[in-house]
Write a protein that binds this ligand. Structure first.
Ligand SMILES: NC(=O)c1ccc[n+]([C@@H]2O[C@H](COP(=O)([O-])OP(=O)(O)OC[C@H]3O[C@@H](n4cnc5c(N)ncnc54)[C@H](O)[C@@H]3O)[C@@H](O)[C@H]2O)c1
Length: 436
C-alpha cells in the first residue's frame, strides 16, 4: 500500500519505518527541513534500539522517503497518518494546533479518497474536528480514523512490530478494510485488532496511560509509607506482583514518571473530564504525588549535607526520563538539576544517549562527562536518576575512590542494600532503609 506519515518524530519515524518494513511504500513528511535532510541522507534522528537497521534497509530499498512538501508526500497515499505533537496547552488540555493545522492543509490538497488517521494522542472528539477542518475545503469522499499508538520509547520497534493490540476507531467500512489490510502482518500471532467508534478509541489511549501513571504513583506512595513504617518496598512489590490481578510490571518505585506522554496525557484527561463537569479525583492525586516524587531524594541530600548545598558538587547518572531513550522531556533528572543548582550546587552528568538533547535544552547549566566514572571527579556525592543497565553493576571501588564522600542517592533502587552496607556507603534509595 502507499502510505504517508505526517510528523517524523518518535512515533512518526517508527510508524513509517515499520510500515515500510512490511513492504509498503511510505513517505514521511515533516516541517523540520534539517530533520528531513538528515533522514533522506540516511542519518537517524532519534535513538531507538533496533530502528536504525530497518530504517537504513528500507531507505536503500526505496520504500521509505522523506519530504517537507505535504502535497507531494500525500499525493499517492491511500492512508495518511498524523503523528504530530499534541503538547499541553496553558490550561492542561492537548493543544491541537498542529493536528488541525495539517488537517486544514490536507483539505486544500486532497483530490480523491483517503483515510486520514489520527495516530497522535488526541482528546475525545478530535476525529470530528479533523473531519470538519478537512471538509471546510474538500468536498469529496474521505474518512477520519482514530488509531492511537501504544508504543513505548526504548522498545518502540518491538512494540510496533508485535503490538499487544491495535485499536482502530472508525464507523466506515471502507476505512476498516484498509486498516485491517495494513495491520494484518503485525497481528499474525493473533493479537487483537479491536475496532470501535472514534470516541472510544480516543479515550482508550488516555485511559491506558492514565492507568499506568496511577500504578506508578500508587507504588511511589507505598514506597513512602515503607520508609515511614520500616518496611521494604522491594519485598512488598514482590509480594503483590505475584498476584496476576495486579501483575509484576510497573510496580517499581522511583523518582516519578516523566517523558512526553504520561505527564501531558494525565493532565489532558483531567482537563477533558472537567470540560464535561467531571472531577477526576484519582488522577488529580496521581499528578500531585508525581510532582512530589520527582524531588523525593532532595530532603535526604539536604540532610546529609546539613542543609547547605552551596558549593557542593554532584555527579548525576542519567538524564533521560527512562533508559534506552534519548528523550529528556519531563525527565525527573531535570527537576533535580533545577533544585540543586538553585541551592548553589553544581552538577556533572553522564547519560549514554541523552546528552545531546540535554545540551540543547539546558546548555551549560551543568557539566557533561564522557563516561559514568568521569562524572564522579571531585563530586561530593552521586545521584542516580535513570536506570540504564550500565549503571547497575558499576565498579564500586572506582566510585568510592573518586567521590569526596561515600554517598549515593539512588532514585531507581539499582543496588542491593546488603552490598552497600558491606562496602560502607551512605546509601539512600526509594522505599527502603537508608544505609548509614
Ligand atoms: N513518544 C511516544 O512514546 C508516544 C507514544 C504514543 C503516542 N505518542 C503521541 O504521538 C504524537 C507524536 O509524538 P512524538 O513523541 O512522536 O512527537 P515528536 O515531537 O517527537 O514528533 C513530532 C514531529 O512532528 C513534526 N511536525 C510538527 N508540525 C508539523 C507539521 N505542520 N507538518 C509536518 N510535521 C510537523 C515535528 O517537526 C516533529 O518531527 C503525540 O500526540 C504523542 O502524545 C507518543
Amino acid at each position: 500500500m502507499k502510505i504517508a506519515v505526517v510528523g517524523t518524530g518518535y512515533v512518526g519515524l517508527v510508524t513509517g519505518t515499520c510500515f515500510a518494513e512490511t513492504g509498503n511504500l511510505v513517505t514521511c513528511v515533516d516541517i523540520d527541513v534539517n530533520k528531513v535532510k538528515k533522514l533522506s541522507n540516511g542519518e537517524i534522528t532519534i535513538y531507538e534500539p533496533g530502528l536504525e537497521k530497518i530504517f537504513l534497509r528500507n531507505l536503500k530499498e526505496q520504500r521509505l522517503h522523506f519530504t517537507t512538501d505535504l502535497a507531494e508526500g500525500v499525493r499517492e497515499a491511500e492512508i495518511i497518518f498524523l503523528a504530530l505533537p499534541t503538547p499541553p496547552g496553558e490550561d492542561g488540555s492537548a493543544d491541537l494546533k498542529y493536528v488541525l493545522g495539517v488537517a486544514e492543509d490536507l483539505g486544500k490538497i486532497l483530490q480523491n479518497y483517503k483515510a486520514i488517521v489520527d495516530k497522535s494522542t488526541v482528546p475525545v472528539g478530535t476525529a470530528e474536528k479533523v473531519h470538519a477542518a478537512i471538509a471546510k475545503h474538500y468536498k469529496g469522499d474521505f474518512d477520519v480514523v482514530s488509531n492511537p499508538e501504544f508504543l513505548r520509547e526504548g522498545v518502540a520497534v518491538d512494540d510496533f512490530m508485535k503490538p499487544d493490540r491495535v485499536v482502530i476507531g472508525t464507523n466506515s467500512e471502507r476505512a476498516r478494510k484498509l486498516m485491517s489490510e495494513l495491520y494484518a502482518p503485525f497481528v499474525r500471532q493473533g493479537n487483537p485488532v479491536i475496532f470501535m467508534d472514534e470516541r472510544s478509541a480516543e479515550l482508550t489511549k488516555y485511559a491506558a496511560n492514565s492507568f499506568l501513571a496511577t500504578k506508578i504513583s500508587f507504588m511511589n506512595e507505598i514506597a513512602r509509607l515503607c520508609e515511614l513504617l520500616g518496611a521494604d518496598v522491594d519485598m512488598v512489590r514482590r509480594g503483590i506482583g505475584s498476584d496476576d490481578r495486579i501483575g509484576k510490571r510497573f510496580l517499581f518505585p522511583g523518582i516519578g514518571y516523566g517523558g512526553s506522554c504520561f505527564p501531558k496525557d494525565v493532565k489532558a484527561l483531567v482537563k477533558s473530564a472537567s470540560e464535561v463537569k467531571y472531577d477526576f479525583q484519582i488522577l488529580n492525586a496521581v499528578m500531585e504525588v508525581n510532582e512530589k516524587q520527582k524531588l523525593h531524594l532532595l530532603p535526604a541530600i539536604r540532610n546529609y549535607f546539613k542543609d547547605n548545598l552551596k558549593g557542593k558538587h554532584f555527579a548525576l547518572w542519567g538524564l533521560a526520563f527512562k533508559p534506552n531513550t534519548d528523550d529528556i522531556r519531563e525527565a525527573p533528572a531535570l527537576y533535580m538539576i533545577e533544585e540543586l543548582t538553585k541551592a548553589g550546587a553544581t552538577v556533572t552528568a553522564f547519560d549514554p544517549e541523552a546528552m545531546v538533547n540535554a545540551k540543547t535544552l539546558i546548555g551549560d547549566k551543568i557539566i557533561y562527562a564522557n563516561s559514568r566514572y568521569g562524572a564522579l571527579k571531585n563530586a561530593d556525592a552521586l545521584i542516580i536518576a535513570t536506570e540504564w543497565n550500565e549503571f547497575r553493576t558499576p565498579d564500586f571501588s572506582q566510585i568510592s575512590s573518586a567521590l569526596k564522600n561515600k554517598a549515593i542517592f539512588d532514585g531507581r533502587n539499582l543496588f542491593d542494600l546488603e552490598t552497600m552496607k558491606k562496602l560502607g556507603f551512605h546509601y539512600v534509595s526509594v522505599g527502603r532503609a537508608t544505609i548509614n
